[in-house]
Design a protein around this ligand. Structure first.
Ligand code: GRG
Length: 296
């Protein structure tokens, strides 16, 4: 099966699972319809679903006894919450996300804040509900996602990003810290959570983590290159914002050509780690290569 066919199959599965696991009417006492509408508005806005796809394809390398779809949806809930909060006026103050008005533009700031909060909580509800039959697996998944999303990683990276924005002399080391945590942590968690559902051995989990870290750095460098080179219509979000706001990025620190080279190096390192894994890694290898192609 070629990469695009498999990618489309996984995306359709994730979309159906999101519809099922993040319902518009969750139960008889569901609370205001507005909060569920806002959660689904951002979740179903046409994101690339890269993280869930990574989780599903990592699980498929092994012999999963349970479906990795709930884990994949939980990861997308956390990722989407982080985007909704990142777009708020107190953070990046953006009007466009995934080609649509951002959640606070479509609803209002308070609703967007609450939708993000609810998506974060919902991720852990999904994990604890759908893996309850295997409590060790449920605990491992909750631990992995909570660690990736917490103050030392996703939120810590975002905090450092905000702190570094205020100074003109942010260093390459600070930049790497920000993206190892803000971007790479969630890609690592996606591959590792897939591996956990698949029943991967500790050495394979380490390999998945290494691949996720390099893929995450490659992904961020590519994101910086695209911000500097693509237009808003192509990106589905406001282009050129980094330079406009004087932000420290791989492009501002290293220049476009070096940034492209670094993306290539990080992708190669990810491919090396992927090739050492058991199972058929052709899809993950192809997907990683196609991510790099976006920045060319
Ligand atoms: C608010 C806790 C908190 C964190 C925000 C995700 C994030 C951290 C900020 C968004 C800005 C940014 C450039 C983040 C780096 C990761 C990244 C490139 C996210 C966008 O991911 P894609 O391209 O988006 O996979 P889609 O919409 O396709 O899911």
């Amino acid at each position: 099966m070629d990469i695009t066919t498999k990618l489309n199959r996984l995306i359709s599965e994730v979309e159906a699972a999101i519809d099922l696991l993040v319902p518009a009417h969750p139960g008889p006492e569901t609370g205001p319809a507005r909060i569920h509408a806002a959660m689904r508005y951002s979740l179903q806005a046409g994101g690339k679903l890269l993280r869930p796809v990574l989780a599903l394809s990592a699980a498929e390398l092994f012999a999963p006894r349970l479906s990795a779809l709930p884990a994949a949806v939980a990861i997308e809930c956390v990722h989407t919450y982080s985007l909704v909060h990142d777009d708020l006026p107190c953070m990046d103050n953006d009007d466009l996300r995934r080609g649509r008005p951002t959640a606070h533009k479509q609803f209002d700031e308070a609703t967007a804040l609450l939708a993000g909060d609810a998506l974060l909580a919902h991720a852990f509800l999904i994990l604890s509900t759908h893996y309850a039959a295997d409590p060790r697996l449920a605990a491992a998944l909750v631990h992995e996602l909570a660690d990736a999303a917490g103050g030392a990683r996703l939120v810590g990276g975002q905090m450092q990003d905000l702190l570094s924005e205020k100074k003109a002399d942010a260093t390459a080391a600070e930049l790497e810290f920000i993206h190892l945590n803000k971007t790479a942590a969630m890609l690592e968690a996606s591959l590792v959570m897939g591996g956990l559902v698949g029943g991967a051995e500790p050495s394979a989990l380490d390999g998945l983590r290494t691949a996720g870290r390099h893929l995450g750095l490659a992904f961020q460098i590519i994101d910086d290159v695209l911000d500097a080179t693509a237009d808003s219509a192509t990106l589905g979000k406001t282009a050129g914002k980094d330079a406009q706001s004087g932000k420290t990025t791989y492009v501002s620190v290293h220049g476009i050509d070096a940034a492209r080279r670094m993306a290539q190096e990080q992708t190669e390192a990810a491919l090396t780690a992927l090739r050492l894994l058991p199972g058929d890694t052709a899809f993950l290898v192809g997907l990683s290569r196609s991510m790099l192609a976006r920045a060319k």
